[in-house]
Write a protein that binds this ligand. Sequence first.
Ligand code: RP5
Length: 168
Amino acid sequence: MSDLTARTAGERPVAIIMGSQSDWETMRHAAETLEALGVGHDCRIVSAHRTPDRMFAFAKGAKAAGFKVIIAGAGGAAHLPGMVASLTTLPVFGVPVESKALSGVDSLHSIVQMPAGVPVGTLAIGKAGAVNAGLLAAAVLALSDPALDERLAAWRAARTEAVTERPA
Ligand code: RP5
């Protein structure tokens, strides 16, 4: 975590972490959503199983580093969001990545059924979940950032405007 300075994280209040490079195709949608809203974010690969020491260091240091919200995506035996949530009191949003073997139902079940006391806000499987994790992270930050609140409202209004009355 040598590059994880408070200054860097302060400019990037959302951490997007994922268990593997292969999760990026899904998790990039969280990053793109935050980009569209002008919310700084930091993306990194942190695996609960393959790089547990990295996961521990990240989660234990995330709050002191200035992150406000963590978005964690993983697939299969998707323990990353829950393990990170066990190590920090920052809000953690979990994105179940669609797996090849079980279409992401395994990921969803691995993330959603946390024991009482260690919350993970669990999103939908795949792209929709990643987009919505970005929106939820922005909504949390918007509580203390009126300009972001306006951008978020405009983003939502644009989606409403885009819905035609009849199918093309
Ligand atoms: C999980 O295993 C990752 O989050 C990923 O979704 C899944 C497969 O990883 P790779 O084998 O593609 O690296 O830990």
